[in-house]
Design a binder for this molecule. Structure first.
Ligand SMILES: NC(=O)c1ccc[n+]([C@@H]2O[C@H](COP(=O)([O-])OP(=O)(O)OC[C@H]3O[C@@H](n4cnc5c(N)ncnc54)[C@H](OP(=O)(O)O)[C@@H]3O)[C@@H](O)[C@H]2O)c1
Length: 322
């Protein structure tokens, strides 16, 4: 095996247009870590945030190879019970932030964040699943306790996570109401499966009478309005930060959470194998294909990062590595 690999490596705020591929050493395995041959990876809003400003934070290891998820094969199982060639997915747990991530031909990853999966999806479709569907699944089922009788409101549905949530909730049998802040995208979320679409002008008051559960993807910017717009008994799960407000200053739970409304949140940092396999099994059983917006070859990673920054792609951006 050649000793070097192609990877994206950054140490300061970096625009998509400044992203380049570098030659770096293939990482050496060590106990508790496995070497993964990256086949493909999905791209995430959080990787844009990492490049734009989070990279300057002390808690980010620098220089860093970004990328919080990938699918691939075990290239070296080290001291784990994996076998060379096992099909895996890996995500989160510090990937692409505390230790090098997936924008590379190989990734050295902690064994406990690498999961063997069975799936009939080809690599590029598998790559659109881990972080996006894990977050959608965790938000809908672990946090919102979604059931077929629910009417789910998805606020900020025109992101990969929003499309995944529409798809999962519809496959379960729910009624789905989805919002967009762009009139031009109303038809798009309808074609993604939503039963009803709302143009979000900043207030949902009077528009959510039938809603029983809410997936909030805009985040703190609209959360108060969301909670004040729904009926008593509704559960609201705050998962996204598309509104770019990251901390709720002067949050007063007594006054800000209306009586009888339930607020929860999902953090995708703690994936585990059973839930990951449940997602792939559910998708196979329901014949669901992840909604992919665009596929790039790894050599065109700069163009993929520019697309992520521009936010013009509808659905998940996937990068094929080999
Ligand atoms: N809690 C967790 O652990 C977790 C895990 C994964 C993702 N997330 C968060 O979930 C959100 C979605 O992630 P993603 O990776 O699926 O995003 P993404 O696919 O990169 O979505 C970006 C798209 O969101 C759309 N969007 C909708 N409403 C928006 C608004 N008010 N302001 C700006 N953009 C808006 C934009 O399209 P238009 O403006 O054209 O509609 C943009 O193209 C992000 O905030 C991400 O950080 C959280």
């Amino acid at each position: 095996m050649n000793n070097t690999m192609k990877a994206v490596i950054i140490d300061k705020p970096t625009k998509g247009s400044d992203v380049v591929l570098s030659d770096v050493p293939i990482p050496q395995v060590k106990p508790g870590w496995v070497l993964v041959k990256v086949k493909a990876f999905g791209m995430n809003h959080s990787e844009q945030l990492l490049r734009e400003f989070e990279i300057a934070s002390d808690y980010i290891s620098k220089p860093i190879i970004p990328g919080i998820e990938c699918v691939g094969e075990i290239a070296d199982p080290s001291d784990s019970s994996f076998l060379t060639g096992d099909k895996i997915v890996a995500l989160m747990g510090g990937m692409g932030r505390s230790f090098n991530g997936s924008y590379a031909e190989y990734a050295l990853l902690p064994t406990h964040h690498v999961f063997a999966v069975k799936s009939s999806l080809p690599w590029h479709e598998m790559a659109a699943v881990p972080e996006t569907y894990f977050t959608a699944w965790g938000s809908l089922f672990q946090c919102l306790k979604l059931i077929p009788d629910d009417t789910l409101l998805i606020r900020g549905a025109t992101c990969a996570l929003g499309y995944a949530a529409i798809q999962l909730a519809k496959a379960l049998g729910c009624t789905v109401i989805a919002t967009t802040h762009k009139e031009s995208k109303l038809d798009l979320i309808k074609s993604a499966g939503a039963d009803e679409c709302i143009l979000d002008d900043g207030s949902l008051k009077g528009k959510t009478d039938t809603v029983t559960k809410v997936l909030e993807l805009i985040g703190i910017k609209t959360l108060k309005d969301t909670m004040q717009s729904v009926n008593e008994g509704v559960i609201v799960c705050n998962t996204g930060v598309l509104g770019k407000v990251y901390e709720w200053n002067h949050f007063d739970p007594i006054k800000d959470i209306p009586n009888g409304v339930y607020l929860t949140g999902f953090y995708s940092n703690y994936p585990y194998r059973e839930m990951i396999q449940d997602i792939f099994t559910f998708m196979d059983e329901k014949a669901l294909k992840p909604l992919i917006g665009e596929i790039y070859d790894f050599k065109n990673i700069k163009e993929a990062c520019i697309s992520l920054d521009e936010g013009k792609i509808n659905g998940k951006i996937v990068v094929n590595v080999s």
